[in-house]
Ligand binder design. Sequence first.
Ligand code: NAD
Length: 459
Amino acid sequence: MLTTNKAAQLIQKQRIFFQKDTTKSVDFRMRQLKILQSELKANQEEIVKALQQDLNKPAFESIASEVAYGIEEIKYTLKHLKSWAKPTKASTLLTQLPASSQVMAEPLGVVLIIGPWNYPFQLMIAPLIGAIAAGNCAILKPSELAPATAKIVSQIIEKCFISDYITVVEGDKDTTQELLAQKFDHIFFTGGTKIGQIIMEAAAKQLTPVTLELGGKSPCIVEPDIHLDYTARRIAWGKFINAGQTCIAPDYLLVHRQIKQPLLDKIKDYISEFYGENPAESPDYCRIINHHHWQRLQALIDPDKVIIGGDCQEDERYIAPTVMDNVTWEDAVMEDEIFGPILPIVEYSDLNEAIAQVNGQPKPLALYLFSKDKQKQNRVLQATSSGGVCLNDTIMHIASPTLPFGGVGQSGMGAYHGKASFDTFSHYKSVLNRSFLFDLKLRYPPYDGKLKFLNWLFR
Ligand code: NAD
């Protein structure tokens, strides 16, 4: 258990290390990123094993969405870091001449990164890449609900870095609370909206800035003008990967009534194609993280509305890929983010109706629209607000380092990935450098007789 003293000591040691200015060198940062990259590659097998233990995550998904993601993000960062870290020139006002102006990125200091359990490896490593790139020291707090992954994160970090620079603190929410009572220079939190509020409240006491990567109910609108086969396949994949425990999983479908039945038939086919007739036996289907979440999800299933799946086995923490039809906003499944393999279907007959339903809810982390029609695409883009949008696919927008990833409103604040990660962990310092060449006396008292000139200048 982390005591208040121990937490304070850890941070103090990192502050001392930070003040040595070692992390200010871009070469140093690049060397650290390369060390991390090679340890990610070297430990792939162990990481896959840990994820299998925590979530029954298939090796393919672990490599693609957790390990390779980190390796690619480091590659991209290494390619661009020198240019990101370079001060940028800014123009100088005539009234300030002779002078030069620039904006320079500086690291924030000692940062805290708190992670969730659903992509427990990637969601620790991806923000860490940004923190290192920007020149910070960091304390990582992985989720206690994915203990095997927390252990491997801890082992890898210990191998790569001295703890005065980067370290992992394992533990439950009390440990997080101890850390939160300390002063950090930034807190990067990924998790649910309710805990996000606790984090922000604690950070406010220390006036610590936060990035909150939260969740929410991400809608998926389906119009009739689609490629039916690809739409069904992309929705089924995005919903049931990681057994629906994905922050940007399509939470519910808003389907135009003209296309509903053919779409549901195809989704059914794809669930069978992906996971077989009995998904409980599929090596490619995850389990629910723990009994608490299994019970929470099972209670959301209304047997009268189930049209696909519905099978739940508590000892296995298994919930079949489940689709519920004729769902309304009065159903329990529509109250909160589902975060599990249950797909509610809400029918509509006019796109404006679908947009109104989306806008009646808090701003989601992701919004999906399936339609070939450019006008409809633009209409939805302009009429709704969400952290990100993916047109005619699900999940894929998260993978691009050129697209900042983050929420808006209740789904979060701030963003990361690629340059956005560097920005999140940097302070952009403005510098005006004045010359000693001459010094106009206009701005100095006594002001007698100068007002006329000032009025002329700002006429
Ligand atoms: P969570 O909010 O329960 O927990 C996340 C972290 O907060 C854990 O490390 C935990 O130890 C800590 N924590 C829990 N209770 C706490 C408390 N009372 N005080 C202080 N710290 C506490 O989130 P979760 O259940 O691990 O993850 C699921 C949520 O995360 C979903 O809502 C999902 O949408 C969201 N999520 C968002 C993203 C994103 O990138 N935006 C990614 C993954 C998950």
